[in-house]
Every structure is written in structure tokens, then in C-alpha cells.
Design a protein around this ligand. Structure first.
Ligand code: UN1
Length: 512
């Protein structure tokens, strides 16, 4: 297959493991990391592996850059982000294609992911003039109190393969307008997308005299790069996306040095289908949520909690809908679902299905590894529907694959909410109902315990304007929109005395 997008993005056979903005360095003397496409199994490119000395260089450059970047007015920082957004618009098609080809999501979703980057750039540009603090009324006469937000420092970004570029942009664009500098460790399963971005934005950084080190990536073994990042006291904030297992490791390392972290970890997202749900909306939302990105979004729909009066109707409608899901190369726009990211993910899916059967669950659709023409990479699977119970161990576990568990509830919506909340994870959730009382109950303090709770839309595909993140084993902190920016800055409370006396707070007298 000829791949013009690689050339358009400047991706050659061998890329360098670090870039500090517009300057690339490092080499392949410690070996290379290879990137294969799950679409066709082809080797796309190689990257030299970063060494400890490369990490030290990136951090020294970042530290120096921060001293300058923090003094640049926020709207000027926003202007750089605006130009990066324009550059991303220019490369949307090839970058979307590379995302699809390197990690396997459908081209539609690859393009959508780049759009998410563009959107967060726009958001960050506006934000650069809105980093507001509050003013307070002092209890003391002739005193003024206010708070201001200062840049935090170096932000380390550890991203996952499933959103290889958007999650970097959520963090980096916000951090950049906040006056921070960022060091990115991209997923080892999708490193070329990171290189493609830097190839495109280097010019913007240079044209605007942005110092080297304001944005960097570093590609190397987790034991060198990842471990150095999470243990480094110079990292003011680590924003990590990945499994709960990895998140706990990050949390421990950051906590040990009292460093801040944002953790976006596993989800086990459910849709509640009540007797009052409109199936015209519900069924497509479920199918997109469950098979989109081949079930590899943190927000993928993994469980349905269906009222028993609706169960057979929903099941039949899903079986019909699943038959229309086109599976094949993600680069063909006609396909809804591409491959899983690698054969390890295929094995995990097979293991999960076997575990479900062992627990007494009933596979009613798909699940098999696809073979034959177009499926030679061994990464294509048929999406799977399983009749199960919410308290089965496998249903309580996040499997990063297109497996959808159907569970039933019989009483009022409270019973469904109890099942929805009855898992260790807490990222995204949804209810389909036209009954306003059920909808409000689901959103109430007694309702969903997740960071995201939707009515009549699915669990995945959140917009960038909201804060993104979850509760319980999903981790903590929020990325992207709303006031998530505050985590990327340090808050300072200032009290100013413009009088001639020195009154103490709380009415304390202290005459010396
Ligand atoms: C993720 O899976 O890590 O809400 C992020 C969504 C996307 C982001 C998912 N906007 O599905």
C-alpha cells in the first residue's frame, strides 16, 4: 500500500527519540523502537530509543524554557496556540490517517481525534484571556485580598495509544497558555503520531521565537523515561492516561515526593435503558459506544443495564445492528471498525470471553478473531455481545475490547443506578429515558457516581468544553475544558495593607 500521508507528515524510516520544539536529537545507539500498523501488520517506521542522558537533556531544556515562558503574557502564549491550531487544520487529513493506521481506529474517528486537538486549541486561545482569580473582602480595614494564578512549572504527559494525539493536546494547549512547559512521553504503540505533530508545529514555534523546551516529546523505554518522569521532583504535575495498574504506580511515585498528578484510568461505562427509552436513539448510541475505536476508548460502553420489559426488544435490535457493522482496514471510510491495537489486545479479549463463559455468561454474538483477506494482521475481531450479570468478576473488570455485557434490572430506576454504580470504576455513564423523573434521579446526588453522566446520548465522544475525568479507580483530576486549567497553575492568595495601621486578623491584639 502506498502511504502518501507518511510523506506529507515527514515520517521517514528512522526518527529521532527526542524533540524539544523544533530541534531533534538522540540517536539509535541504544537500539530502536518499531511501530507496526495493526491494519496490515506492516512496519511503519523506527525510532531510536532515548537514554537517560537524553532525558536529562530534555529536562534541562524544559527548566530553562520555563524561566522565560512564564514571563510571556498569557494572551501572547495563546497566540502561539492559535497558530498551532491552524497548523493542525492544515494536517488534519494526513494526521487523522496516521492515527488510524498506527493504532487502528476508523478514519472517521482518526479525523475526529485531530478535530478534538483543533477544538482544544481554540478553547485554550480564549482561555488565555480568562485565567481569572477571585477578589475577596478583607475583614481588616484598608486591606485588599485577591488570588492570582501563576504558572506551575514542568508538566509531564504520559499518554495512551487509544487517543495518541488528542490527550496530548488537551494537556499541552491548556498548560501552554497557563505558562507551563510540557514533556510528553507518547504511547509506545503510537509514537509516530507524536513525531508527525512536532514535524508540523516546529515552524510555528520558531517563527514566534518560542524557546526550545516549551514543548518536548521523548520516546524511550518506560523503565528509563516513564520512571524518571514520575520520580522527578522537577515535574510539577504528571498527567497520565492508562490502566488503573499504571495509574497506581504513577500515584505512588508522585505522592512520595508530594508531586501533583492527574490520572485518567480505566472505565467500565454503562448505559441504562429504561422502559421509557427511545430505541431510535438508544441502539445507534450503544453500537457506537461499544464498537467505536474497537471498544478501546476509556469511555467505551461496556455494560447495558436494561429493564426486563425491554430486554428482548433491545437484544434483538442489537443483534440486527451488529450484523451491519463493517469491519476492515480503518483507512477505508466505509468501515465502522478497524483492528484492535495489537495481537496482545486480541489475546486479552479472547481471555475475557473465556472467563465470562466460565462464570456462566452467555455469548450471543461475535467475539471471534477474523481471518481471511484483509485480516492478515491477526488484529481484527468480531465485536462481542454477552449476556451476563453485573456482579460477575469479568463484568467488574475493564477489558479494552469490543465486548458488551447485557445485564437486566427489574424494579425502579434506582435498581439500575445501583448496578451502574456497583463497579470499581467511575468514568462515564448514560441513561436513555424520556421520563424526566428518571433522568433527574440519575443525575441527582443519589444518581450516577461517575465523572460523566449523560441523558439520551452515549457514554463516549465527550466534547472538549467539559471537564474530562472520573472517580474511584478511574483516578482523579480533570483534563480538557471547564476549569480544568486550574490544575496547571498554582494559586496564590495575596493580602495588601494600604493603611497606616497593622490590624491582625481574628481581632488578635499584639502590642509591642
Ligand atoms: C480516552 O478514551 O482516553 O469522550 C479519551 C471520548 C473522547 C475522549 C476519550 N472524547 O470518548
Amino acid at each position: 500500500m502506498s502511504l502518501p500521508f507518511l510523506e506529507q507528515l515527514g515520517i521517514g524510516e528512522l526518527s529521532l527519540p527526542i524533540c524539544t520544539g523544533a530541534v531533534y536529537s538522540g540517536d539509535d545507539s541504544d537500539g530502536v523502537q518499531e511501530s507496526y500498523s495493526p491494519a496490515d501488520g506492516a512496519l511503519i517506521g523506527k525510532i531510536g530509543k532515548a537514554k537517560q542522558s537524553d532525558y536529562d537533556h530534555v529536562m534541562a531544556t524544559a527548566e530553562k524554557a520555563f524561566l522565560h515562558w512564564r514571563t510571556v503574557p498569557a494572551p501572547k502564549r495563546g497566540e502561539v496556540v492559535r497558530q498551532i491550531g491552524d497548523k493542525l487544520r492544515e494536517i488534519k487529513d494526513p494526521l487523522g490517517a496516521l492515527v488510524s493506521y498506527e493504532m487502528g481506529k476508523s478514519l472517521q474517528e482518526g479525523l475526529g481525534e485531530v478535530q478534538e486537538m483543533i477544538d482544544i486549541c481554540d478553547f485554550a486561545v480564549g482561555l488565555s484571556r480568562q485565567l481569572y482569580g477571585l477578589t475577596m473582602h478583607s475583614e481588616r480595614p484598608e486591606h485588599r485580598m485577591y488570588e492570582q494564578w501563576h504558572p506551575l512549572g514542568i508538566v509531564g504527559i504520559i499518554s495512551a495509544f487509544n487517543f495518541p494525539v488528542a490527550v496530548w493536546a488537551w494537556n499541552t494547549m491548556i498548560a501552554t497558555v497557563c505558562g507551563d512547559v510540557t514533556v510528553w512521553k507518547p504511547s509506545k504503540k503510537a509514537p509516530l503520531t507524536a513525531i508527525a505533530i512536532f514535524n508540523a508545529i516546529g515552524e510555528v514555534l520558531q517563527d514566534n521565537d518560542v524557546p526550545e523546551g516549551v514543548m518536548s516529546y521523548i520516546i524511550g523505554p518506560g523503565a528509563v523515561v516513564g520512571e524518571s518522569m514520575i520520580n522527578d521532583p522537577r515535574m510539577a504535575l504528571i498527567s497520565a492516561t492508562g490502566s488503573t495498574r499504571v495509574g497506581i504506580r504513577v500515584a505512588e511515585a508522585c505522592a512520595k515526593r508530594l508531586g501533583k498528578s492527574i490520572l485518567e484510568l480505566g472505565g467500565n461505562n454503562a448505559i441504562i435503558i429504561t422502559p421509557d427509552s427511545d430505541l431510535k436513539l438508544t441502539i445507534p448510541a450503544v453500537v457506537f459506544g461499544a464498537v467505536g475505536t474497537a471498544g478501546q476508548r476509556c469511555t467505551s460502553t461496556r455494560r447495558l443495564i436494561i429493564h426486563d420489559s425491554m430486554y428482548d426488544t433491545v437484544k434483538d435490535a442489537l443483534l440486527t445492528a451488529y450484523k451491519t457493522v463493517k469491519i476492515g482496514t480503518p483507512l477505508d471510510e466505509a468501515n465502522h471498525m478497524g483492528p484492535l491495537v495489537d495481537t496482545g489486545a486480541v489475546q486479552d479479549m479472547q481471555d475475557a470471553i473465556a472467563a465470562a463463559i466460565k462464570e456462566g455468561a452467555n455469548v450471543i454474538y461475535g467475539g471471534e478473531v477474523l481471518e481471511g483477506e484483509g485480516y492478515e494482521s491477526g488484529c481484527y475481531v468480531a465485536p462481542c455481545i454477552v449476556e451476563a450479570k453485573n456482579d460477575m468478576e469479568i463484568v467488574q473488570t475493564e477489558t479494552f475490547a469490543p465486548i458488551l455485557y447485557l445485564c437486566k434490572y427489574s424494579g425502579a430506576v434506582e435498581d439500575a443506578i445501583a448496578q451502574q454504580n456497583g463497579v470499581p470504576q467511575g468514568l462515564s455513564s448514560a441513561i436513555f429515558t424520556t421520563n424526566v423523573l428518571e433522568a433527574e434521579e440519575f443525575l441527582s446526588t443519589r444518581g450516577s457516581d461517575c465523572g460523566i453522566a449523560n441523558v439520551n446520548i452515549g457514554t463516549s465522544g465527550a466534547e472538549i468544553g467539559g471537564a474530562f475525568g472520573g472517580e474511584k479507580e478511574t483516578g482523579w483530576g480533570r483534563e480538557s475544558g471547564s476549569d480544568s486549567w486550574r490544575q496547571y497553575m498554582r494559586r496564590q492568595t495575596n493580602t495588601i495593607n494600604y493603611g497606616k495601621e497593622l490590624p491582625l486578623a481574628q481581632g488578635i491584639e499584639f502590642d509591642v
